[in-house]
Each structure stands twice: as C-alpha cells, then as structure tokens.
Design a protein around this ligand. Structure first.
Ligand code: NAP
Length: 250
C-alpha cells in the first residue's frame, strides 16, 4: 500500500460498515483520520481510539451532512486541530428497502431524507471543506456512490436516482474545483457489511451468481480503492470507478 503520511482525511459516515473500513485503511497508510459521525458518536469515538497509529492523531467529530451550520463548525474544528484537510470521503448514505413497483410506499418524507442526505449532503460537505481541501493544491474528494446509479437496481427508485445525481455532481465539481481539488466517485457493488449480512441468503446467493468474480466486495477493498485514488491515480478526476466484481457487465 502507498503511504499517506502527514495527510488529514475526513470520512463522513465514518462509523458505518464501509466508512469504518475506509478509516482503518487510511490510518494504516499513515493518514490522520477524522471519523465523521451523525448519530453514532460512541462508535466513532471508539473507532478513532482503535485506529492504527504511528504518530498520527485520529479523532471523532460530528459531521451532520444535512446541517450546513454543523459542517461549518466541523471545518473550523479541523482547521484548528490540524490546519489542513487533504482528503474528504463522503461515505454517508440514507436508504430503505422498497420494491420499485410500490410507488406509494416511497413517500415524500423518505424521498426528502434520501435526497437531502445522499445528494445535498454530499454537496454541502464539499462546500464546507473546499477552503481546507484547496489549501495544499492536492485536495481530493471521494464520493461513495453505488452501481445502482448505472443499473437502476437497488434498495429503492429514489436511492438509485440519488446515486446517479451524485455521479453527475462528481463530474461538475471536478471541473469546477480543478486544478486544486480532484473529485472521484467510487461505485461499489454489494459490500459485505453487518447491514448486507442481514439480507435474504437466497437473494445474496443469486446476486453472487450473477457477478463475474462470483463474490461480494469486502469493505476493506473500498478503503484500498480510496488509498489508490489518493496516492496513485493522481491524474484521475471527474470519473466514476466501479468496484463491483464486474456486476455492471451482466
Ligand atoms: N453496503 C453496500 O452494499 C453498499 C453498496 C453500494 C454503495 N453503498 C454506499 O456506501 C455508503 C456507506 O454505506 P454503508 O454500507 O457503510 O452503510 P451504513 O453502515 O448504514 O453507514 C451509513 C452512514 O451514513 C451516515 N449518515 C446517515 N445520515 C447521515 C447524516 N444526515 N449526516 C451524516 N451522516 C449520516 C451514518 O452515520 P451515523 O451512524 O453516525 O448516524 C452511517 O454511518 C453509502 O453511501 C451507501 O449508499 C453501500
């Protein structure tokens, strides 16, 4: 793995299934990690304490993506503590399983939650952190999207649409924030987390059978992809990278 010594990375949804693996991989590669949380303060603080560290300082901070004043406070805190923020990983997300044909079950309140979290919230973090990310001319935003953006298959119709909007925003922001900040979408297929472990085993079996690599993605593989983008793919911006075992080929 490449090194990210001296870098500061903020991961929203940092205590989540994928977020915690991203925090762990970034820390193992030498970055100082800010574990951003919304409701999982205790889990985020526990994770920050347990992350690998040589001389790094890891902390948990509130990162409420639908509260722009809260995000402004977060940016001020990161500036005060570290004086920089090199990597922002938007790993927050909201969804609920609703069959795509059941339009009535996808009510306005849920639509607003999904869009304000997955789309507006991802924009709002970039807006709040932009000054810090641009400070050292090598800023990076990684938006954790989903292959549901391309396949239009996923937990519900609005979740798929929100991830398509996120990928579109990745391209707009990559153009708008260049050359100081790169913006990339990472699109996982099914990732093995506590959440997906609870899915119907027969459904999981069918999913894996329809995936060319014949397996789900491990959360640490998303962390490794983030590190690869930060350390190796230096010319990449405005792109969407599927990490899906080839699921989008089928
Ligand atoms: N798991 C998969 O198979 C899969 C596949 C493709 C894409 N993804 C995407 O990967 C990302 C992470 O998913 P996951 O599987 O790790 O889910 P998860 O364990 O449920 O984590 C989601 C995180 O989002 C945070 N969050 C929700 N609302 C928020 C808000 N208003 N402000 C700030 N944070 C908020 C939560 O923080 P708190 O716990 O602190 O409230 C939680 O940690 C999501 O964008 C998801 O769509 C997941």
């Amino acid at each position: 793995m490449q090194r990210l010594d001296g870098k500061v990375a903020l991961v929203t949804g940092g205590a989540g299934g994928i977020g915690s693996a991203i925090c762990t991989t970034l820390a193992a590669c030498g970055a100082n990690v800010v574990v951003g949380y919304h409701t999982s303060a205790a889990a985020a603080e526990q994770l920050a304490k347990s992350l690998p560290s040589v001389k790094q300082q890891h902390i948990a901070l509130r990162a409420p993506v639908t509260d722009s004043a809260g995000l402004h406070e977060l940016a001020l805190a990161i500036d005060r503590i570290y004086g920089r923020c090199d990597i922002l990983v938007n790993s927050h997300g909201a969804t609920k399983f609703i069959a795509h044909h059941d339009l009535d079950a996808l009510d306005d309140a849920l639509i607003d939650t999904i869009l304000s979290t997955n789309v507006r919230g991802s924009f709002a973090t970039v807006r709040a952190l932009r000054g810090l990310l641009a400070r050292h001319d090598d800023g990076l935003v990684v938006n954790i999207s989903s292959i549901s953006a391309q396949l239009a298959l996923g937990s519900n119709v609005m979740y798929c649409a929100s991830k398509a909007a996120l990928d579109n925003m990745t391209r707009s922001l990559a153009r708008a924030l260049a050359p100081k900040i790169r913006v990339v979408s990472l699109s996982p297929g099914l990732v093995k987390t506590e959440f997906t472990n609870r899915f119907d085993p027969a459904w999981l079996e069918r999913y894996v059978a329809a995936t060319p690599l014949q397996r789900a993605i491990l959360p640490e593989e998303i962390g490794e992809a983030v590190v690869a983008i930060a350390s190796m793919l230096k010319a990449a911006t405005g792109i969407v990278i599927p990490i899906d075992g080839g699921r989008t080929l089928t």
